[in-house]
Design a protein around this ligand. Sequence first.
Ligand code: ZN
Length: 207
Amino acid sequence: MLAADFLHLEKDVRMVNACADLFHLDVMDGTLVPNISYGFPVVEAIASLAEKPLDAHLMIVHPEKYIERFARTGVRYLSFHYEAAGEDSGAILDRIRALGMKAGLAINPDIPVETVFPFLEHADYILVMSVFAGFGGQHFIGETYGRIRCLKAEIDRRGLGTLIEVDGGVSPANAAALADAGANILVAGSSVFRAEDPAAAVAAMRG
Ligand code: ZN
């Protein structure tokens, strides 16, 4: 939703209701990442009209402070960054799950993917950033394919059901290759909201 038209948010929420599977909400604090996006008033407004699950991606320091509030807002998928939580990541993932949400751990492109291996049992999904967190509209980083394959191999080796979400520069042009590498959830912003036919862009990626 970072690429949505905030002057006509209702129109974009209805478009997502009609053609996509999730609302991905990028929450930035200007400290963990060099940008500020939006907070609870916007998330709550989207929640009031959303017919698909809300997937909140917290790019903030101290994500543990806001878990209950996101749960009350109706968020179903909640992820935060390893860079923000470090070795506390497992405990935070457990708290997210205890509140009935799916728990996700996110990493930027410069964090070795092996860093999240100790937390795989605690996570419902790993969010692999394919651009640096903080801005929409960036170009996809090609090394992401290898990182997804490496993560997927470890998940399979341990017999886990952890999903892989990819976020940043995702479009119909790379969706098939991402799925082949092992990605389960594709987050697309500009390539959908800036498309002449957003529903066709989503359908192309699902295909
Ligand atoms: Zn995101």
